[in-house]
Design a binder for this molecule. Structure first.
Ligand code: UD1
Ligand code: UDP
Length: 360
């Protein structure tokens, strides 16, 4: 059996890492194909190093571009490699352009596709990821749903029960596998002069937020109001997309907000774990906050992670500043006593087991 693991961005490297570990442990013959949709050192190489991942066999050097450019370049290049390598199955994770192109290229030449984190829906089609995840799910043969809820969504869309497997989300594995190391190695709290539970952490990078001047302004105003209300440091590791858009809109970050470069996984895990509150529009961070029992405010009007709303680890605040502040006060007044709905940390192992049984 030959497995091809396709990845391209920061969250895919992190969330594929437990699957790669499980392949190594189970002596599965696998190769990594990196599209290099992300290429900056701190969105890419740092994770291979910290997570101790083998180097990709193929690197497409696709880089940035419009949706069509990025998706098309990946499609054309992956097809050539898949025709040469003839793997038994291609694995993709999540909802990026890399995922859509990888799944589509493989399905069209009759190579089996396994989609990890299948069945997530925000029901908001303006989000590029929503199109990617729907299409990837519908050209996949094995759908690894993180929760029962995700499985129900797939069933409702007509996907056959026999192709869906509820495994938990590999992000739980990644958090469990790396937290101890983060605690031993990371000096980030000291470096940033922070006390445990005495600071807020924010990230924002979604296209529908940061490419929209009004929404981006709303987020910035919201964190300014939070800073005034609580008088605690706010740390903001800024995604390059957001930095670019701040410049384009000539917007500046409110003073007292500490802007830093994107961090490696160990530093970022520790920073999340010890935050009083996380404000984010990231998918993975909504999950990690929930897993680490840190309250989360989501700077969006919808989420494909409704499990976090159900267990009350997360509130959807959108980008209205008053609503952001109100939501922060509300969640800080509630207890951190929810249960993690995303699995037991063995998703990577389960996925590899299922693949071994499905492909002889
Ligand atoms: C992509 C994914 C998004 C995911 C995010 C993770 C799509 C449609 N979007 O968004 O789902 O949540 O990755 O972070 O697939 N840039 C750099 N260095 C890099 C990569 C990007 O400077 O290594 C800058 C470039 O200016 C680029 C911009 O960020 O134009 C956006 O990059 P892109 O890969 O298109 O989308 P992301 O916003 O990173
Ligand atoms: N992350 C990181 N350093 C940072 C910001 C995020 O390591 O400075 C990690 C975070 O822990 C999570 C993942 O990146 O596992 C989330 O990626 P991102 O928010 O870029 O994408 P999304 O999950 O929204 O697709």
């Amino acid at each position: 059996m030959k497995v091809f693991i396709i990845l391209g961005t920061r969250p895919e490297i992190i969330k594929m890492s437990p699957v790669i570990r499980a392949c190594e442990k189970n002596k599965v013959n696998f190769a990594i194909l990196h599209t290099n949709q992300h290429y900056s050192q701190n969105l890419d190489k740092i994770f291979f190093k910290e997570l101790n991942l083998p180097q990709p066999k193929y690197n497409l050097n696709v880089g940035s571009g419009t949706h069509a450019e990025q998706t098309a370049k990946i499609l054309v290049n992956i097809e050539k490699i898949l025709l040469k390598e003839k793997p038994d199955i291609v694995l993709v994770q999540g909802d990026t352009n890399t995922v859509l192109a990888g799944a589509l290229a493989a399905a069209k030449i009759h190579i089996k596709v396994g989609h990890i984190e299948a069945g997530l829906r925000s029901y908001f089609r303006e989000m590029p990821e929503e199109i990617n995840r729907i299409l990837a799910d519908h050209c996949s043969d094995l759908l690894f749903a993180p929760t029962k809820k995700a499985k129900e969504i797939l069933l409702k869309e007509g996907i056959s029960n026999k192709n869906i497997f509820v495994t938990g989300n590999t992000i739980v594995d990644a958090v469990f596998q790396n937290m101890k190391l983060a605690e031993q190695k990371s000096k980030i709290l000291k470096e940033l002069n922070l006390q445990k539970n005495q600071y807020f952490l924010i990230t924002a990078h979604r296209a529908e937020n940061v490419d929209n001047q009004e929404r981006l302004k709303g987020i910035l105003k919201g964190i300014e109001m939070i800073n005034k209300e609580f008088s605690l440091p706010i740390i903001y590791p800024i995604h390059p997309r957001t930095r670019k858009m701040l410049k384009e809109f000539k917007l500046s970050i409110p003073k007292n907000i500490k802007l830093i470069e994107p961090l490696g996984y160990l530093d970022f895990l520790l920073l999340q774990k010890n935050a009083k509150l996380i404000l984010t529009d990231s998918g993975g961070i909504q999950e990690e906050a929930c897993i680490m029992k840190v309250p989360c405010i989501t700077l969006r009007d919808n989420t494909e992670r409704p499990e976090t709303l159900i267990v009350k680890s997360n509130i959807l605040a959108g980008t209205n500043p008053e609503k952001i502040l109100k939501s922060a006060k509300k969640i800080l007044n509630s207890k951190r006593q929810w249960k993690n709905p995303f699995g037991d940390g063995l998703a990577g192992e389960k996925i590899v087991e299922i693949i071994k049984k499905s492909i002889k």
